[in-house]
Write a protein of this length. Structure first.
Length: 280
């Protein structure tokens, strides 16, 4: 088996690690591509554990990216691609998605690069602290302490205001009402002062009020699209596919008091194409 084939056996896991660490599929792809280039140029001693070697390389690349971000706080972390997974109902799966999604958001906003990577590698991918220490440039004990601090921050971070089952029920009610053109039902699940942020190829636009969503539903054709509830950063959202079967919209919903109070809609085809989205 040649070097390319060996690398491809590890690519999926490396992308998963980098995506969790960096919060962006595009940045993860870049990190993994850089790891491949380093492997391709490598002419040192034989590598006994290629998976471990590649994890260390990708981890160090992620650390460099995170440190660059920390040195340039003007960068917009809110522009990071969300983590989107299936949200099919079982509570244990929902809790897992919630843990991963919320952990990522808290890490993105608050943690130091070393704490963030230590948490992701150990808690999400079971990498031993001895290896993590080598990646982040600390002793195994120091890496363990960094992960522990990160875990406390994650566990103490903001939780969804509504209970998960209520969130799901509200999003499901929104989907049912939109499919059926039931505008009275829509008004019961949309907050009158709802904030709707649209991210398009031309930039970002913000609209206030439930009427903006109602107008969009009136203009739409439910027969030409398919919409399904998904998990967006650990909370129920909506993914929409168009007539060609390609994703055309991703909606991240915030539910408070039984109503949707905030929606962030990604409508940029290029951005949707680079995301790791559930299959139709």
């Amino acid at each position: 088996m040649d070097r390319t084939e060996q690398f491809e056996q590890h690519r999926a896991r490396l992308i998963a690690v980098a995506t969790r660490a960096l919060g962006s599929r595009a940045d993860a792809e870049d990190a993994v591509q850089e790891a491949w280039l380093r492997l391709d140029r490598y002419d040192g001693a034989p590598i006994d554990n290629l998976g471990g070697w590649l994890t260390r390389v990708v981890g160090r690349i992620c650390i460099d990216v995170l440190r660059t971000r920390a040195a340039h706080p003007e960068d917009d972390f809110d522009d990071a691609d969300p983590v989107v997974t299936e949200d099919d109902g079982p509570e244990d799966a929902a809790i897992a998605a919630d843990t991963v999604g919320l952990a990522l958001m808290v890490v993105l906003d608050f943690l130091k690069p070393e704490e963030r990577l230590a948490f992701v590698l150990h808690d999400l991918f079971a990498v031993p602290f001895a290896e993590i220490g080598a990646i982040v440039g600390r002793s195994p004990d120091a890496a363990k302490m960094a992960a522990s601090r990160a875990r406390r921050r994650v566990q103490g971070g903001p939780r969804p205001v509504a209970e998960r089952q209520e969130q799901r029920a509200v999003v499901d009610a929104f989907l049912a009402a939109a499919r059926g053109g039931d505008f009275e039902a829509l008004l019961t699940v949309l907050d009158p002062d709802l904030t709707w942020t649209l991210r398009t190829p031309r930039g970002e636009r913000v609209m206030i009020g439930a009427n903006a969503v109602l107008d969009a539903v009136r203009r739409g054709d439910p027969a030409r699209i398919e919409a399904r509830r998904v998990s967006v950063n650990g909370a129920p959202g909506v993914l929409v596919w168009g007539p060609t079967g390609k994703p055309v919209a991703l909606m991240a919903c915030t539910v408070v008091g039984g109503r949707i109070v905030d929606v962030v809609s990604t409508l940029d085809p290029a951005r949707l194409a680079r995301m790791d989205l559930p299959a139709r």
